[in-house]
Write a protein that binds this ligand. Structure first.
Ligand code: CTP
Length: 424
């Protein structure tokens, strides 16, 4: 896809004379307030929460009283990671984020499903529950995904209400046509969650279309004997989320993955490996075809020199395990004559930026994404993380947010830097 530059003409040679580092405002995850009203399609709202999060959003859910008959708040709380609210007059909830703060928090409001009753109440500006009050109180754009029986949708009352809402600037997604839960056929089905999420959070540019990405993901396992290994706590969550975010930007992604319990996104080519040596072989066999290489795996730095062929018995009082260095896969790729655009990660306990910048330079990487481990929130087993991303003459902070949102922000930055390098 790209004409590769040779190692020597990468921008590192000019690092010493680089201009002052370009600091930019931290990006944050887009905030989506999902309203759910009481129709059978509410069961699909659980999937919608997941799809919105996959696309990088922070999601908070507000349900009408009737919606609670179709799906439990607990399900939506577990998926969104935030308490779900229904009551307008709830002193406990109002003591936290009150309804006005919630209305201001949202960048976008989507109501899915939007029932005929809810649409009627919105049309008349009622504020007799939390969801309708929020719609009046927010300045965020409102999207509705109607779902109802086809007769109810076709009724002139509903059609007039919809026309008035659309005239006010409300965006309408659907309804779709097809067979309905009530057994009838016609217009009234809620649009599929994946389509709603894509319409709410379009990926701008798709600037990685046709770009071949090779990634390492997850931990490695270094055999001690046939049943034991040295491993680490990497969950692979961040790596897989990044792979999905790059796919959404049009990239063709191949993942070389150590053992994890994460289910990869559809359409991702996965090569399963266990040890660092297997990972290295899988990467080196494929690297010539890739434009962009991302080392997101937590590769063991050392492996047992001579793994036992049979299970080690506990005969001795103590045993010594001699370890030898594993190859640095990322450094090997970056040192190729015609390296791809290379992105590495760095986990640091202190002086995060200084250590990461030293690694960026020593390994001659195009970009490095560093995070602080061992203190407070974030890191290996957490669902949230923050990164500071460095390249030869710039930096950008991606603040603490859920890993899918962080992955989406990182994918956007990788696209931007890759574009800048290939254009430059
Ligand atoms: N990496 C790799 N192969 C290895 C070790 C690390 O590809 N054998 C990659 C990781 O995927 C990650 C980056 O290199 O992108 C981490 O760099 P490294 O210098 O190994 O970081 P630390 O392990 O944190 O190094 P140190 O312990 O020296 O701080």
């Amino acid at each position: 896809m790209i004409e590769r530059r040779t190692g020597s003409d990468q921008a590192f040679d000019s690092m010493a004379s680089a201009a002052p580092l370009a600091a930019e405002a931290p990006a944050r995850a887009p905030r989506v307030l999902l309203g759910i009203s009481g129709g059978i399609a509410a069961y699909k709202s659980a999937d919608l929460v997941r799809r919105l999060i996959e696309r990088g959003a922070e999601v908070r859910v507000v349900m009408t009283e009737a919606a609670r008959a179709f799906i439990t708040p607990l399900t939506l709380q577990a998926l969104s990671g935030h308490p779900v609210r229904s009551e307008l007059l709830d002193p406990e909830a109002e003591a936290g984020m009150d309804h006005i703060a919630l209305a201001r928090w949202a960048d976008q409001v989507v109501i899915a499903p939007a029932t005929a009753d809810l649409i009627a109440r919105l049309t008349h500006g009622l504020a007799n529950d939390l969801l309708t009050a929020l719609v009046l109180a927010t300045q965020a754009p409102l999207t509705l995904a109607p779902a109802m029986n086809q007769q109810m949708w076709a009724h002139p009352a509903t059609q007039e209400n919809i026309a008035r809402l659309v005239a006010r600037g409300v965006r309408l997604l659907g309804p779709a046509s097809g067979s309905q839960a009530c057994g009838e056929v016609g217009a009234g089905r809620m649009v599929e969650p994946v389509e709603i999420a894509a319409a709410m959070l379009p990926v701008s540019g798709g600037g990685l279309r046709g770009v071949q990405v090779l990634m390492t993901v997850g931990p490695t396992r270094e055999a001690i004997d046939p049943v034991r290994f040295i491993g680490n706590r990497s969950s692979g969550k961040m790596g897989y989320a990044l792979a999905a975010a790059l796919q959404q930007r049009g990239a063709q992604v191949t993942v070389v993955a150590g053992p994890t319990s994460v289910a990869p996104a559809l359409g991702l080519e996965c090569v399963a490996v266990e040890s660092a040596l297997e990972m290295e072989a899988a990467v080196m066999g494929r690297v010539a075809e890739c434009d962009l290489f991302i080392a997101a795996a937590a590769v063991a730095d050392y492996r047992p020199e001579a793994p036992a062929l049979a299970k080690i018995k506990k005969d001795a009082d103590s045993i010594a395990l001699r370890l030898v260095r594993n190859p640095d896969i990322l450094a090997r790729v970056a040192a190729l004559d015609r390296p791809p655009f290379t992105v590495g990660f760095a986990a640091e306990t202190d002086q995060v930026e200084a250590h990461a910048r030293a690694k960026l330079k020593a390994k001659r990487l195009s970009m490095i994404a560093a995070n602080q481990v061992g203190a407070g929130e974030g890191g290996f087993e957490s669902d949230r993380n923050a990164l500071v991303c460095l390249w030869c003459d710039g930096r950008r902070e991606l603040p603490m947010m859920p890993k899918p949102a962080l992955a989406a922000a990182l994918a956007a930055l990788i696209e931007e830097r890759y574009g800048a390098q290939t254009a430059g």
